[in-house]
Design a protein around this ligand. Structure first.
Ligand code: ADP
Length: 189
């Protein structure tokens, strides 16, 4: 079961993937988390930080090898919860191609829908709690803009394949979890 999570920054992808990873016993692949871990550890890590902290997408030559290396591990063969990847149509095409080579494909796409006003509020709170360097005002607006321009078209890419499940991400985390589980069950996943 290869499940892709799409939603704007602050829509709760990370929280949901953590819970679902426990429920289904599938690994959670967060490209944001992977990239943050490389920060400050090497010149390449510093380059990554310069993108993340400004709220820009990291370049594919940094992101794609990280994803590929994980997908080729045995733990990921049975399935994976993709959080924050793919974020562009190019990345979506890349993922389809890579999964196809493994004799697999994307099973479903969970779209976490949340209003923009709610997102800004959530991200400001997260900035206070977790101190993430990209949760400052300019970083938030920049990430929302990139989401609209680069990531929303990924939804159309998957809609064309009938894979998208729309979830009301404004509800409580438990409620959102239940909605996702129901949708996946009704798809036979
Ligand atoms: P959020 O969804 O709140 O923006 P993430 O942890 O998913 O948080 O991502 C944080 C940052 O990591 C992004 O703003 C971007 O700079 C980088 N990033 C994460 N995933 C990708 C990706 N697939 N491609 C390029 N950059 C990425």
């Amino acid at each position: 079961m290869q499940i892709v999570f799409i939603g704007p920054p602050g829509s709760g992808k990370g929280t949901q993937c953590e819970q679902l990873s426990l429920r289904y016993g599938l690994p959670h692949l967060s490209t944001g988390e992977l990239l943050r871990r490389t920060k400050g550890k090497s010149p390449l890590g510093d380059l990554v930080a310069s993108y993340i902290d400004r709220g820009c997408l990291a370049p594919d030559f940094l992101v794609l090898p990280l994803v590929m290396r994980l997908l080729d591990q045995d733990d990921f063969r049975a399935g994976c919860l993709f959080d924050g990847f793919p974020r562009t149509v190019f990345q979506a095409e890349f993922l389809s191609h890579h999964l196809q080579e493994m004799g697999q494909g994307v099973t479903a796409v969970v779209y976490l829908k949340v209003d923009e006003a709610d997102l800004v509020d959530r991200l400001r709170k997260r900035a206070m709690l977790e101190g993430r360097a990209d949760d400052h005002r300019q970083g938030i607006l920049q990430r929302l803009e990139i989401y609209r321009q680069r990531t929303e078209p990924v939804l159309d890419f998957y809609r064309a394949a009938g894979l998208v499940e729309v979830i009301d991400g404004a509800k409580s985390p438990n409620d959102v979890h239940a909605q996702i589980v129901d949708c996946l069950a009704s798809r036979g996943s």
